[in-house]
Design a protein around this ligand. Structure first.
Ligand SMILES: Cc1cc2nc3c(=O)[nH]c(=O)nc-3n(C[C@H](O)[C@H](O)[C@H](O)COP(=O)(O)OP(=O)(O)OC[C@H]3O[C@@H](n4cnc5c(N)ncnc54)[C@H](O)[C@@H]3O)c2cc1C
Ligand SMILES: *[C@@H]1O[C@H](CO)[C@@H](O)[C@H](O)[C@H]1NC(C)=O
Ligand SMILES: *[C@@H]1O[C@H](CO)[C@@H](O)[C@H](O)[C@H]1NC(C)=O
Ligand SMILES: *[C@@H]1O[C@H](CO)[C@@H](O)[C@H](O)[C@H]1NC(C)=O
Ligand SMILES: *[C@@H]1O[C@H](CO)[C@@H](O)[C@H](O)[C@H]1NC(C)=O
Ligand SMILES: *[C@@H]1O[C@H](CO)[C@@H](O)[C@H](O)[C@H]1NC(C)=O
Ligand SMILES: *[C@@H]1O[C@H](CO)[C@@H](O)[C@H](O)[C@H]1NC(C)=O
Ligand SMILES: *[C@@H]1O[C@H](CO)[C@@H](O)[C@H](O)[C@H]1NC(C)=O
Length: 503
């Protein structure tokens, strides 16, 4: 074992020396102490549950981190006990040892290192907390803090109901909702986080509280964009919406200048407020793929009514396209599964950057695509390179969140450029190339007065600053909520992963 690894274990409170020195009759490390108090929820390297959890992260960066053990709670009380054991361990440790460190994971869909996993600490895998309970009037779904959206949809289809969850399989409620959340119905109802009535949260003290607009409203609002900074959310009470069959799927085109120009015009028109249609959610997906060095262009088009090829999309669907497309009239559950089939199930190395801007004329999109294409050519030799430049509407919001957005705006666009590739040795080259593209995009948008400083947390890289992008007043409010509910900063220091408030 390397010295570095030993040091990590020691930081995480894994070494038994102190317990022995203090003559305490307690199991030798924190994982064993948790196992003794909450039996059957800890797994270790080599166990099949540990392996399953590790292999289910979306990226290799997260899979490559090996926690000392994985804690898989089934009940809120177990999460509370866990946090109390962590605190007790911190107190009992010799001053030169710090509180054990842990990560909180949902669906493990964040790309960057350490967001939801940790080397040598404890990973709390929330996915066994996957319950779904409908209120008597069926207007509220109480969803376990680790539930996977694609499992929830299928249970709601028989009721003709849906919730604002992820658009591909495997995304969990926890990360998605605490960071924002874009769904098929977001142009009608806003971000997923705008539509949460209540959060059951385990605080840093281990206390379990229920935050709503009326009870702990400061925490309720902070959780709408504040990520994992305030506690472990063990239950989300989310709004349900009537939803029958939908129409949607993916359509591909030849990557030619005339197609790109037609897409630029169609998207600019689609985003024009005079054409706003609240049943529509879509994206332009520009791609580049090795081996082969092939550029591609596609649209994902979804419509929340069972109408084939609705008028709002006809300027896209009338562009000569490749056969087959994947359009169907379908239930939400099946549309999500279908969309998942066109995406890679896992990525190796990956990196992505997000930015937002106000819609403009077609020429703007043509210019952004030109810059992307040119920048892509500079890294076209990278092994296993898969680039995706996604251009999609940003949800309008009614402002019931901490994202700092102007309520009501329907013409804001969100772009995210994602790179996946094979070798860690290419990290710098790829990252610098993507940064250069995005820097150039942002420079153009600033010059045109279109740039919107908001950075969507769930698409942001750790090198970006989504919480800062909410604005200084909201950031200060989030700091105050943290000091109030987590005075010792447990979720700032013992949970190092993700976007921290104090950085
Ligand atoms: C293929 C793919 C498709 C995507 N599609 C969409 C989409 O349609 N719409 C959209 O908005 N986003 C989408 N995303 C982005 C997605 O919203 C984020 O990756 C989100 O963080 C995933 O949440 P998770 O719980 O699965 O991730 P995780 O990586 O497990 O968690 C994300 C963060 O949330 C924290 N967290 C998780 N659970 C809890 C909890 N219970 N309490 C407190 N903190 C918690 C974690 O500590 C971590 O920092 C997509 C991502 C991928 C890779
Ligand atoms: C878990 O993975 C390790 C390393 O890949 C392997 O040696 C072990 O056999 C696996 N355990 C089970 C139960 O599959
Ligand atoms: C703390 O550690 C120091 C040096 O490692 C040791 O001398 C001391 O006895 C320890 N105290 C306790 C309470 O374990
Ligand atoms: C959703 O539709 C698919 C077929 O398109 C069907 O097999 C499935 O049973 C439907 N799901 C539910 C929950 O009705
Ligand atoms: C759901 O909608 C279908 C089609 O409109 C209808 O036949 C069915 O009775 C509805 N189910 C419920 C539970 O409302
Ligand atoms: C915003 O929408 C949510 C969910 O629909 C609702 O509860 C809230 O009252 C709305 N807020 C405003 C300011 O309209
Ligand atoms: C796409 O390109 C191929 C190869 O050049 C061509 O045969 C095909 O007709 C094109 N399809 C469309 C819809 O433009
Ligand atoms: C094209 O990309 C290269 C880097 O690969 C960059 O140096 C150059 O400025 C770019 N040119 C334009 C017009 O974007």
């Amino acid at each position: 074992m390397s010295r570095f690894y030993l040091h990590l274990l020691r930081l995480a409170g894994f070494l038994p020396i102190l317990a022995v020195a203090a003559g305490l009759k307690r199991p030798t490390n924190i994982c064993q102490r948790i196992d003794a108090r909450i039996p059957g929820r800890i797994s270790y390297p080599g166990d099949s549950i540990y392996n399953d959890s590790q292999s289910s992260y979306y990226t290799a960066q997260e899979r490559d981190l090996s926690p000392g053990c994985i804690f898989r709670p089934r009940k809120t009380s177990e999460v509370s006990q866990f946090v109390m054991l962590i605190n007790a361990d911190g107190r009992e440790s010799n001053a030169s040892y710090s509180t054990p460190q842990f990560a909180i994971r949902g669906g493990g869909h964040t790309l960057f290192t350490g967001a939801a996993n940790i080397a040598g600490g404890i990973t709390v895998d929330m996915r066994a907390m996957d319950s779904l309970v409908l209120s008597q009037d069926r207007k509220i779904a109480s969803v376990g803090g680790g539930a996977i959206w694609s499992h929830i949809y299928s249970q709601l289809v028989p009721y003709n109901l849906t919730v604002l969850g992820g658009r591909v399989p495997g995304i969990a409620v926890g990360g998605f909702v605490t960071g924002g959340g874009v769904n098929f119905l977001s142009r009608r109802h806003g971000w997923s986080c705008d539509n949460i009535y209540g959060y059951e949260v385990v605080l840093a003290s281990g206390e379990i509280i229920y935050a709503t607009a009326n009870s702990h409203p400061d925490l309720w609002l902070a959780l709408k964009g504040g990520s994992n900074n305030f506690g472990i959310v063990t239950r989300f009470d989310v709004a349900t919406f009537p939803q029958g069959l939908m129409w949607g799927g993916v359509i591909r085109y030849n990557y030619t200048k005339s197609v790109l120009d037609a897409q630029a015009q169609a998207f600019s028109d689609f985003m024009d407020p005079k054409n706003f249609d609240d049943a529509a959610d879509m994206g332009i997906i520009l791609g580049f793929q090795n081996p082969g060095g092939v550029f591609s262009i596609a649209n994902s088009l979804w419509y929340a009514k069972p109408i084939v090829n609705p008028p709002t999309y006809q300027s896209f669907t009338s562009i000569p396209s490749l056969v087959p497309n994947t359009f169907s009239i379908n239930n939400v559950s099946n549309l999500v599964l279908q969309f998942g089939k066109i995406l890679p199930p896992h990525l190796a190395r990956s990196f992505q950057l997000v930015y937002s801007f106000k819609n403009s004329a077609a020429a703007l999109y043509s210019e952004l695509i030109q810059v992307w294409e040119n920048g892509t050519k500079g890294i076209a030799h990278i092994e296993g390179l898969q680039l995706q430049f996604l251009i999609q509407p940003q949800p309008p919001t009614n402002g019931t969140n901490s994202l700092g957005l102007t309520p009501g705006a329907t013409d804001v666009v969100m772009s995210v450029i994602t790179a996946a590739y094979t070798n860690a040795a290419d990290d710098n080259v790829v990252r610098n190339a993507i940064r250069a593209i995005v820097d150039q995009h942002v420079a153009i948008l600033r010059t045109e007065g279109l740039y919107n400083p908001f950075q969507y947390l769930n698409y942001a890289d750790i090198s970006q600053d989504p919480i800062g992008s909410y604005g200084p007043a909201i950031k200060a409010r989030l700091h105050a909520v943290s000091r109030n509910y987590d005075p010792d900063g447990l979720f700032q220091t013992a949970v190092p992963g993700g976007f921290k408030l104090f950085r």
